[in-house]
Design a binder for this molecule. Structure first.
Ligand SMILES: Cc1cc2nc3c(=O)[nH]c(=O)nc-3n(C[C@H](O)[C@H](O)[C@H](O)COP(=O)(O)OP(=O)(O)OC[C@H]3O[C@@H](n4cnc5c(N)ncnc54)[C@H](O)[C@@H]3O)c2cc1C
Length: 376
């Protein structure tokens, strides 16, 4: 077990590559993208991800390039407070900070830490087959490649997964999400906060990612969706001026618009010498901000399992045992939060806001502990 082939150079694939290299493996990566773009989106790296990056020696670089956040606030449309989760206690316990960062910046840092590993771009995997202990990779350009062990880090629509399992199901959350990076200057009080504002059938979230940039996202229900080019200021006209200022100060051409889907939890994450990591194995809705974070956890657990096990199958079983329960918990909980947060029913929304305000600190702390602590 020396050379490992990774399909996909997203956050999951790159983190897996770095972790495997540190465990002494040789790595090769195939990626469909022709050139990495500076996508208009940010990401909040929660404490569980930052603990992994500390182990991998990338923590300081990420902390320096992003913005420290220490409180998650759920708010009403005029920025009234529904609930606030302070992360300082748990940060102190694990001696790491939460960081919000531009995705492209994180990507650059990860690529830099791979140094001599070549990422073979413009290589789209079509399918794979396993024969006599080898994996045959077939690419869209007609070429093929023989590998020993393959990690599928090719995202929610994974062709690796589709090649080893015929019956996986993607679920439509029936929500549409816009994401952007604004150059607005927000009130200093919000600088270390991750804010999500709940309304009736719509949500808006924002967090500072650098001194001069704010990452934001906006969600509506699919049934209310008309076009990705719709004027978001109109949709959020009843929200606080801060929201409108954030949207106004965002270059339109960099705004992303995606439908929200997840992967119905699957029984196995591996077959033979092929294993899945990140969204390919456990894609979740973004309501807990844990999709990439779970990919990072899986990357580390998989690399440790490969190092410690006698063979690939033993390693993959160990990895799945360590990770599956938590990843599935996130998928399930995130799905439920999305339904509640995005409700279109006024009475449900009033009740929801009332109940959320009453949730005791001990309950949110217990949930945070489950999410942020590592079990390996
Ligand atoms: C609106 C939204 C907001 C989100 N916010 C957060 C957040 O705040 N925090 C968080 O932790 N997560 C968040 N997520 C989730 C997060 O984006 C994903 O979980 C994460 O990107 C998964 O990483 P990955 O590497 O597994 O997959 P991907 O990021 O999808 O990467 C897959 C890679 O594989 C490549 N690829 C795909 N197919 C092939 C192929 N056939 N051959 C070769 N290469 C291929 C792709 O080009 C890509 O580079 C959010 C998601 C959405 C949709």
């Amino acid at each position: 077990m020396k050379k490992i082939t990774i399909i996909g150079a997203g956050i999951g694939g790159l983190t897996t590559a770095i972790a495997l290299k540190q465990q002494g493996f040789e790595v090769e990566i195939f990626e469909t993208t022709v050139k990495f773009k500076k996508a208009g989106s940010g990401i909040n790296l929660a404490i569980n991800a930052m603990q992994i990056y500390k182990r991998l020696g990338i923590y300081e670089a990420i902390l320096k390039a992003g913005n420290y956040t220490n409180t998650i606030k759920i708010r009403t449309k005029k920025l009234g407070l529904l609930t606030s989760t302070n992360l300082k206690k748990i940060e102190k316990k694990h001696n790491v900070k939460t960081v919000a960062i531009h995705r492209a910046t994180l990507h650059k840092i990860l690529v830099k830490h791979l140094e001599n590993t070549e990422i073979k771009l413009n290589m789209r995997l079509k399918s794979l087959a396993q024969e006599n202990g080898k994996v045959i990779l077939n690419f869209e350009d007609g070429t093929s490649h023989i590998a020993e062990i393959v990690i599928g880090a090719d995202g929610i629509h994974s062709n690796v997964r589709n090649s080893i399992f015929a019956d996986t199901i993607l679920r439509d959350a029936k929500q549409v999400c816009w994401r952007g990076i604004s150059t607005v200057s927000i009130d200093a009080n919000h600088r270390e906060e991750l804010n999500e504002i709940w309304g009736k059938g719509k949500r808006f979230g924002f967090v500072q990612i650098t001194k001069h940039e704010v990452y934001w996202y906006a969600l509506i229900n699919k049934k209310d969706f008309k076009s990705k080019d719709v004027n978001l200021i109109t949709i959020f006209s009843d929200y606080h001026q801060t929201v409108k200022d954030i949207i106004t100060n965002t270059p339109k051409e960099n705004i992303l618009c995606n439908e929200i889907w997840d992967l119905k939890p699957i029984v196995n994450w591996h077959k033979g010498n092929v294993c899945l990591v990140g969204d390919a194995a456990h894609a979740t809705t973004p309501n807990m901000g844990q999709g990439a974070v779970q990919a990072i956890e899986s990357a580390m657990a998989l690399s440790i399992s490969l190092k410690e096990a006698k063979n690939a199958i033993d390693a993959f079983n160990r990895y799945q045992k360590i990770r599956k329960e938590k990843a599935n918990y996130i998928v399930k909980t995130s799905w439920s939060i999305g339904k509640m947060a995005q409700s279109n029913n006024l009475i449900v929304c009033v009740l929801r806001d009332f109940i959320v305000k009453l949730i005791p600190k001990s309950v949110t702390e217990k949930q945070s502990k489950k999410m942020f602590e590592l079990n390996f």
